[in-house]
Design a protein around this ligand. Structure first.
Ligand SMILES: [Zn+2]
Length: 482
């Protein structure tokens, strides 16, 4: 490939001066047209075959449509034609047939959708073939043949836990059995479209033996979950794209969250808005910054808050820790009683009028100014930087979908990628971001969804809702005879 492309680069110069000599160079390459459209009538005689590759190629075909991506390249005379087909029991199904104009296309990506049932494939094996040819007179070609399995069998998913009793803003755990081809995706699916992923029980505790077909999902119940309208079910998909769903028993109690008026002052606007306005501009250049404190405060409280949430979700998704690093209960990151409560609705009032609203998705803890903040549990730092309304922010991933956030820090002692122990210092409280006074904003999230952190500080809740449930599936350890 390398020698061919360096020859290509020298092509125009060579052709103009030496085209009559092309016949002798023909074993290497040839040219039939030049820039400007004038054909020299020379045949392409290069012998370099095109290349073809799949990216990615699913393990096999299942009952639902699969996407295949084929990349074809020819850096010599260019792509001539490409055909992709599936053959089974002597019948061939063309998936794609494409021809290219002479000398034009060096690379193409074919995105193919295969609906195995619609084209009449049967379970067993099919032959997947790609043939790519170039424009050389030799019609150099590349052929890829793959024996490709077809399996329409759905995986089995069965709930093991008898009943889940949860509350909005809380977390529940369901254990289920999965049998079938390797699972690529599975957990609790909500009617709102979220899939709260699952992990094998061994990821919860590798020191105990669990049946290897058992999985658990810690699923959040968002504060605005409506038991009357929203539903949950188990949903799994295997590596061939075969899926199954199953209901499980749960009861979700509703709860109302308080509304709180936040009195805004000129002093607060003067102190906070200039700095936050700059962050708003940086986060979203499309947002119109007006220069008016009240309107820009609204932009910060709503627009910057939304932009910050996207950053948090990205940090949590980047390289999530599957195995559980945390061990319950969590500890208070700051020795103080919570002030503002989880999911309270905030109405921001200035000179008697409401100017903005938000929802407070954590608890606030305040002690002395610049108090030491510790990690609530063992984990890995996935974010340690300044972030909009959060100010100095540390996010710790505790594994198995659980994470904690520490906001408004005046100083940060850890960096992204650090492993932290429970009780290890993360930084000090402050007034950074959208904070009126020195305090810590503390959140716990499950699968990215904020939940009431106080439950996680409660040893009994952890035991009853999580540890005890999972422990009941551990294999009986032989009793040591003394
Ligand atoms: Zn807060």
């Amino acid at each position: 490939m390398k020698s061919s492309s360096s020859l290509e680069q020298g092509r125009s110069a060579l052709v103009t001066t030496l085209f009559l000599a092309a016949a002798t160079a023909a074993a290497l390459y040839g040219v039939s047209s030049m820039r400007g459209g004038a054909s020299l009538g020379l045949v392409r005689l290069e012998r370099e075959a095109p290349t073809a590759s799949f990216s990615p190629l699913p393990a096999g075909l299942g009952s639902s449509p699969s996407a295949l991506k084929v990349t074809v390249e020819d850096s010599g005379s260019g792509l001539g034609d490409v055909a992709v087909s599936l053959t089974q029991n002597g019948k061939t199904f063309a998936l794609s047939e494409r021809a290219y104009a002479a000398g034009g296309v060096a690379r193409d990506e074919l995105e193919l959708k295969v609906d195995p049932k619609a084209i009449g494939l049967q379970e067993g094996s099919a032959q997947l073939r790609v043939v790519a040819r170039d424009h050389s007179m030799w019609r150099n070609s590349a052929t890829i043949d793959r024996e490709y399995p077809v399996d329409f069998k759905s995986p089995r998913v069965e709930p093991m836990s008898a009943q889940q009793n949860g509350t909005v803003g809380g977390v529940e755990l369901v254990v289920f059995r999965y049998r079938g081809r390797p699972m690529v995706e599975g957990g609790v699916e909500s009617s709102a479209g979220a899939l709260y992923r699952s992990y094998p029980l061994s990821a919860f505790d590798s020191s105990r033996a669990f049946p290897d077909d058992l999985y658990f999902s810690l699923f959040p119940i968002p504060f605005d979950f409506s038991p009357a309208k929203d539903t949950l079910r188990l949903s799994v998909r295997d590596d061939f794209g075969n899926g199954s769903t199953a209901p499980f028993n749960y009861r979700i109690a509703t709860k109302s969250f308080p509304d709180v008026d936040m009195g805004m002052s000129d002093e607060f606007f003067r102190r906070k808005v200039p700095e936050l306005r700059e962050k708003l501009k940086a986060a979203d250049p499309a947002v119109a910054v007006t220069g008016n404190d009240v309107r820009d405060f609204k932009g910060v409280n709503e627009g910057l808050r939304k932009a910050n949430e996207i950053t948090i979700q990205q940090a949590l998704r980047e390289s999530p820790v599957s195995s559980r690093l945390w061990k319950g209960p969590f500890v208070r990151p700051l020795a103080a009683a919570p002030k503002a409560s989880f999911a309270e609705g905030r109405r921001y009032v200035f000179e008697g009028s409401e100017i903005s609203r938000s929802r407070h998705m954590g608890v606030d803890l305040a002690d002395v100014a610049q108090a030491k903040v510790v990690s609530s549990n063992k984990g890995q730092v996935v974010f340690a930087d300044d972030l909009g309304i959060y100010g100095g922010l540390v996010i710790v991933d505790h594994g198995s979908g659980v994470s904690s956030l520490y906001g408004h820090l005046s100083s940060i002692d850890v960096k992204k990628g650090d492993a932290v122990e429970q009780g290890q210092a993360l930084g000090r409280t402050g007034t950074t971001g959208l904070a009126g006074g020195d305090h810590l904003h503390f959140e716990i999230r499950v699968q990215g969804v904020p939940v009431n952190p106080l439950a996680w500080l409660d040893a009994r809740w952890i035991e009853e809702h999580i540890e005890g449930k999972i422990g009941s599936y551990a294999a009986q350890q032989p009793t040591v005879q003394g």
